[in-house]
Design a protein around this ligand. Sequence first.
Ligand SMILES: NC(=O)c1ccc[n+]([C@@H]2O[C@H](COP(=O)([O-])OP(=O)(O)OC[C@H]3O[C@@H](n4cnc5c(N)ncnc54)[C@H](O)[C@@H]3O)[C@@H](O)[C@H]2O)c1
Length: 397
Amino acid sequence: MNIAMLGSGFIGRFYADSLQGYRSRDKIVTVYSRREESTKKFAADYHVPFATTNMEEAIARPEVEVVCISLPNHLHEEAVMLCCKHKKAVITTKPLGRNAIEAQRMLEAVEKAGIFNGYLEDLVYTPKFLKAHESVKQGALGRILWAKSRETHPGPHSDWFWDIEQAGGGCILDLGCHCVEITRSYIGKDIKPMEVMCWADTQVKPIDAEDHAIGLIKYENGAIAQFEVSWTFRGGLDLRDEVMGSEGTIWVNNFLRTGFEMFTSGKGADYVAEKAESNSGWLFPVGDELNELGYNHMFMDMFNALENKSQPKETFYDGYVVNAVLDAAYQSAKTKQWEPVRLNIWRGKTGVTKDSHLQAYDNEHYLIKEEVTHYGAKKVILKNKKSGKISEKILKD
Ligand SMILES: NC(=O)c1ccc[n+]([C@@H]2O[C@H](COP(=O)([O-])OP(=O)(O)OC[C@H]3O[C@@H](n4cnc5c(N)ncnc54)[C@H](O)[C@@H]3O)[C@@H](O)[C@H]2O)c1
């Protein structure tokens, strides 16, 4: 694939490392960025033949087959509309829009233009997520009851993130978009998110947006998702997920505490991992960040889908649903009430009811719990179906 890269900053470089780092068939053929020096530097570093500070020029060149948007949030829509105009396949970083209104406009525009669209939510492509999700799909956890995702770090690396106008929000939008899509994927992307309750505050940073938030998302089948996001967390980038089902549990530690621990006095110390706050003392390096963060598997899915004329796992539609959930979170943080998720476009199931929580033990009883004690006894705790009386039956003394 011949790629136009829009943006040469933090994520543009991560993407370029992933796209061109593994003897890949895919090549960045044009790059656009705001400042001439950084555009030229990116072009030199990644051997990109055409560099420009004119966005449309980078997109419109005939050799470009797909446009990768790695620009600040307020520029996503403008870039998407230019891709529609020039009928170029488009993949865009997260969040899709600053809110669901922008996201809906982008979704409708790409579908009207008939162009391929992919949503670059890398954290549902990490090796650990892919494995965990496969187990969930096979039923190893039973019915998913609660999915929780945390992304916290000491705050982003560029000025525009901290400006509520350009970014569209604070850590809820910046980090919550990952958590919403992770938990939604575990619960089932065809299950409708119904309502959100969210606490948010600006605890530390001198900004207008929130720097810390915790939210709950109720799904139509009774499952609950939880996100914990912060730009005030000290100690690095904490990325953790937990899934609880009727038959099992998964805990995933994606970053920070992955089992790789290193001590250095600081002599010869260098880059350790994204958002690491120190390069001396006890450190938690990450083996292969591009892979651990899902970029390789994400681009593989995007380009395979593009070549096969199919859809990738994550499309603009998913980005739109995420934006709608986060809009409800912002509303709830204001009103301090459960707020409905307003989805003008919904393509999943509707009218799903909560699964029964009643498990029969025999004709007369429901099973509450089986127990084996430390002294070797076995018993079951039961509820009588008619009377409701709770009792225990000793199976072994
Ligand atoms: N894991 C992820 O998926 C991930 C991680 C980081 C950032 N992002 C997303 O990537 C996008 C870009 O973030 P970044 O971290 O690369 O930002 P950055 O500030 O490092 O880079 C932004 C790039 O956009 C260019 N640009 C063009 N017009 C600009 C303008 N008016 N203001 C500022 N920059 C302008 C800059 O020259 C620069 O090349 C954002 O939407 C962000 O949410 C995604």
